[in-house]
Design a binder for this molecule. Structure first.
Ligand SMILES: [Zn+2]
Length: 136
């Protein structure tokens, strides 16, 4: 094989938003790989969609369409009845990663834009503005 020129680009898991890196065993049906793990494949797309919509609507309703901490999103999602307080943290985190992978939100930590797939801890989240569709 040549200098790795034909390895497809990574893509984001539809469920949790983490990056999926191409592997040889997926060579035949990489197009059909959508989830990073068995547990992600077993989740509910409808529930994910409802959660994503809820998070987007919440951000859109904020002054300057952003929050300084994900805990305010957590509180909103729980009060909207979409999940329980016990599991909300990871669910909101997954939702934000999915939305980030779709280019709908930006995540920041200490004022800097961060990559959702690898960043730990809390971060600020903002709705992406229409006028900046490309990344630097
Ligand atoms: Zn996943």
């Amino acid at each position: 094989m040549g200098a790795g020129s034909s390895v497809p680009a990574s893509k984001s898991c539809l469920r949790c938003g983490r990056l999926i890196t191409w592997r040889k065993k997926w060579a035949k049906d990489w197009e059909n790989v959508r989830y990073c793990s068995r547990s992600c494949r077993a989740g509910s797309t409808r529930a994910d969609g409802a959660l994503d919509d809820c998070v987007l609507a919440f951000l859109a309703a904020q002054p300057r369409q952003q929050v300084e901490s994900m805990t305010s999103i957590d509180d909103h999602v729980v009060s909207a009845g979409l999940t329980t307080a016990a599991s909300v943290r990871e669910k909101v985190r997954r939702s934000v990663r999915r939305l980030s992978a779709r280019g709908l939100v930006t995540m920041r930590q200490g004022g800097r834009v961060v990559e959702g797939s690898t960043t730990k801890g809390d971060f600020a989240v903002e709705l992406r503005r229409e006028e900046s569709p490309d990344r630097k």
